[in-house]
Write a protein that binds this ligand. Structure first.
Ligand code: ADP
Ligand code: ASP
Ligand code: MG
Length: 439
């Protein structure tokens, strides 16, 4: 049995958290490859080391004095090193970082130091080898990730190592220029390592007991999902459930390595298992609920629109030409509605409206902003009647006006659009009807 374990920022924010992580790793000898994030928040208003690094580097490139800011970052690590009573120092590393900041080594280089340094601390704490991700995670000249070369480099390097620490979030181009994934990208590194070593399981340790049915910041004490398929997870992640980076799914999915989301602060909890497919039914009709705020809807109305060949294409082309991506598109007989991200649309609004008028000469165009979309996701919905009816009735009871409802053709999800001010209440009402009151 071979496991890759990735620990998120809050799991490594302090010496106390490091000790919990050490305990978890020592408890199971199959936990052989460790992927740490940078130290995250120790308390709600704390600042993640990654954000401190971005800020410090910005100060450096603007030519201002940045030594104080870098020292604050060094203190974060020193606190961990002291708390763990390690005979180990990052002094030389900080001197190198300071020099590189002066030379303008780049924003990605700066951010990556969070994981790099934490990886070194972790390796010293566990007494196992450190592998710099810059040597084994490869990006191409244009900055895009190269999965084939990465797999080769990682597999080659780790073949000789029984155990290792590989910091998350970054890699490098062939010439050594450091490149990071997008925020939360240590999840991706964990997945790449799992693929390269043919792990049996990829454990992703965070600060919640798995993927919860609803965002814990909206529904307090939300229950967690025991088992979820990659497809369901993707629908939820896309709609804003941000426990796991979206791109972390692809490498392990290819070879069928399950991901287990676990809680560093409650290691006895089983967490959530993410798998390709399962015949295990979820406890409830739905698997999860997720939503995102900040959409605008453009409704184009024209009598006999449905018989006008090419109508939809012409409207969609306007969005394409203005480089605005479309999120959803419910339609009626004489209307079509287009959901877009409000911030992408706003600055181009008048141009798009003028272009639509020119393209299809509609009877009426209506705009609505401040909308939220909520996805109700579940493999069980296919075989259950009345799910849409229950959604409507739950929202009606909560006095929420449904602006749109759209069922994906896979019958894996139903998406509803509501006003921004109803967003959180809608999620609570849906949680209540599907999880609390009915199984
Ligand atoms: P890490 O630093 O360990 O990578 P993240 O902050 O990236 O952790 O992800 C965990 C957080 O995701 C939780 O603390 C929680 O606030 C948030 N979250 C959002 N939606 C959900 C959900 N459906 N289930 C669990 N956590 C969620
Ligand atoms: N430290 C990085 C971030 O804050 C990457 C990660 O935590 O996964 O985004
Ligand atoms: Mg994360």
């Amino acid at each position: 049995m071979k496991k890759v374990v990735k620990f998120g920022g809050s799991s490594l924010a302090s010496a106390e958290q490091f000790k919990k992580v050490g305990e978890i790793i020592r408890q199971d000898s199959s936990r052989r490859y460790v992927v740490p994030s940078a130290p995250g928040k120790r308390f709600p208003n704390d600042i993640k080391v990654t954000d401190m690094l971005y800020d410090c580097y910005e100060t450096a490139v603007s030519g201002e004095e940045f030594a104080d800011k870098l020292e604050k970052i060094e203190e974060r690590y020193q606190e961990i090193i002291d708390g763990l009573k390690l005979d180990f120092s990052l002094e030389k590393d900080f001197a190198v970082i300071s020099e590189n900041f002066k030379k303008g080594a780049g924003k990605d280089y700066a951010a990556s130091r969070g994981e790099y340094l934490n990886g070194k601390v972790m390796a010293a704490y566990l007494g196992i080898p450190f592998v710099d991700a810059a040597e084994v995670v490869r990006f191409d000249e244009d900055g895009s990730f190269n999965d084939a070369v990465t797999d080769e480099l990682l597999a080659g390097r780790l073949a000789d190592l029984e155990r290792a620490v590989i910091p998350g979030f970054y890699g490098a181009k062939e010439d050594g220029t450091v490149v990071t994934f997008s925020r939360g990208g240590s999840d991706i590194t964990g997945s790449l390592v799992a693929l390269a070593v043919h792990a049996d399981l990829y454990e992703n340790w965070t600060d919640v007991s798995g993927f919860l049915i609803a965002d814990p910041r909206i529904v307090r004490n939300s229950k967690s999902i025991e088992i979820i398929t990659y497809k369901e997870l993707r629908e939820l992640s896309y709609m804003g459930a941000s426990v796991l980076h979206e791109d972390a799914i692809f490498p392990v999915r290819k070879v069928g390595i399950p991901i287990n989301i676990r809680n560093t602060n409650a290691p006895e909890d089983k967490g959530t298992l993410i798998v390709e497919s399962t015949c295990r039914k979820s406890k409830y009709t739905i698997t999860g609920i997720a939503g995102t705020d900040g959409f605008a809807a453009i409704t184009v109305e024209k009598a006999m629109m449905n018989s006008e060949i090419g109508f939809c294409r012409k409207v969609l082309q306007v969005f394409e030409e203005n480089n605005v991506s479309i999120e959803h598109m419910p339609s009626g007989i004489d209307t079509m509605t287009i959901f877009v991200h409000k911030n992408e649309f706003e600055e181009k609004e008048q141009k798009i409206l003028a272009d639509i008028t020119k393209a299809v000469n509609p009877d009426h165009i209506e705009l609505e902003s401040d909308l939220a979309l909520i996805a109700i996701v579940g493999r069980g919905m296919k075989s259950t009647r009345g799910t849409a009816g229950r959604i409507f009735s739950a929202l009606a009871h909560a006095h929420i006006n449904v602006k749109m409802i759209d069922q994906g053709s896979s019958e894996l999800n139903i998406i509803v659009g509501v006003r921004h001010e109803d967003f959180k209440n809608a999620i609570r009402a849906l949680y209540e009807i599907f999880v609390l009151t009915q199984l």
